[in-house]
Design a protein around this ligand. Sequence first.
Ligand SMILES: Cc1cc2nc3c(=O)[nH]c(=O)nc-3n(C[C@H](O)[C@H](O)[C@H](O)COP(=O)(O)OP(=O)(O)OC[C@H]3O[C@@H](n4cnc5c(N)ncnc54)[C@H](O)[C@@H]3O)c2cc1C
Length: 461
Amino acid sequence: MDMPKKIVVAGSGLVGSLLAIALKKRGHDVLMIEKRADLRSLVMSAGKSINLILTAKGIRTIVKLGLWEKVQTILSPVIGRMMHSKTGEQAFQPYGKNDTECNFSVGRSDLNKLLLNVAEDIGVKILFESSLTKIDFETKKVTLDNDEVIAYDLLFGTDGSGSMARKELIAKIGSEASYKVEALGTDYKELLMPANAKGDYPMDSKSLHIWPRGNHMLMALPNLDGSFTMTLYMPVEWFKDFDNIDNGEAKFKKYFEDNYADAIPLMPDYINDYYSRKHGFLGIVRMKPWVYRDQLALLGDSAHAMVPFFGQGMNSGFLDVYTLLALMDQYPDNYSKIFSEYDREQKKNGDAVADLSLDNFVEMCERVGDEKFLFRKKVEMKIEQNFPEKYRSRYGMVTYTLIPYYLTIEAGFIQDEILNEIIQEKTSLDEINLEQAEKLIDEKLVPWFIKNNITVERYLP
Ligand SMILES: Cc1cc2nc3c(=O)[nH]c(=O)nc-3n(C[C@H](O)[C@H](O)[C@H](O)COP(=O)(O)OP(=O)(O)OC[C@H]3O[C@@H](n4cnc5c(N)ncnc54)[C@H](O)[C@@H]3O)c2cc1C
């Protein structure tokens, strides 16, 4: 057991709530402060909360904290992607060998509410409608927007991409900090596909539906009530264009009819939905360092906000929590060591997963229609199916395994070399020489896995 500390967690989003539970379970006195009202008291309709994909690295932290059974009750399994063409054809790409190899869709607010309930049940104190505004690192005190001053032994910044804890850290260390926000230039808006008249799902509920259209796309993830949350991604200028009071709505209608015709009969209110909701910003936040001495650590989006195209923002935030807990076990009560090691290990992962998220955006937008790229994907799938114990695509490593993000990038380079050699001038799957593939994997990839002490085994709770 740790020596009990007075801990302040700033921000009760997904990462803050999970962290607060973990710290309380370790015997600390935990106070969580949250800028917004208690979301459990708000009435929120389906489709107004982003649906998230929960994957291996996130699930492991939930399991570690003994919450998997509870969390499972609010998950919808997703077993593959359903790609929708402009002319309405659908093509299904399974995620794994069978239905047990799935991802899970979860409503952000459902998960957040569950975590807030658990946190309160085990004794975490939560102050809602209270913002962190200032940190005094000398006296170890935070000031809230109502001028209340609270002392801490340890402070955790889990206050999201616009983090005040991060701003205060930058103000404190000045030029020792490096901080950058990269806007993507593509933003998003959520729409709703309601349940049908019988209360059932209007499309296959076990798929992540994607309408890929180059630099814009529509995505759909199932909710528990038969509806789908739809997320529309478009260049920022298009949002402005469609907001034009003269002809914006007509342009938006035409855009939707041209691109998502098969979804329209299932989304009777899409125009109203579009104009009654705000669009969200997408970008990457890079920050260094994530910690201040033995006092402060940033976790989740406050340390590493990213674009959502790999579905790893929350998952990587949960990995932050996991890493921190492992270090607390390894260096009991030595917080300067715990924080410096956390910064060293997780910063690499945070940078890597941000890069991966950006790369996947390019893949979804630009490469998805490129024949050579699609052939390469098919070859990779064939190899993965033939040698599942020693080859996993980069997507598979990120999503299903516990391999750290930065190592998935390194493995990806080796796999690219292997694929280049195997494919050369070939254009059909029958020409792929599996013996050559296995030899290359054994020569180049397997020794690298052994050196890094990792396996491509799928993590299942
Ligand atoms: C469209 C979209 C789709 C996504 N899909 C996925 C996905 O499929 N899988 C996935 O893993 N991730 C996904 N993400 C990313 C994921 O939503 C975030 O990474 C995750 O919510 C970050 O959690 P957090 O707790 O760090 O921050 P947040 O959820 O932003 O929580 C921060 C909290 O801090 C509070 N706060 C802010 N300032 C203060 C202050 N000064 N004082 C006190 N409290 C404060 C806020 O009110 C908020 O409650 C997606 C994101 C988007 C936008």
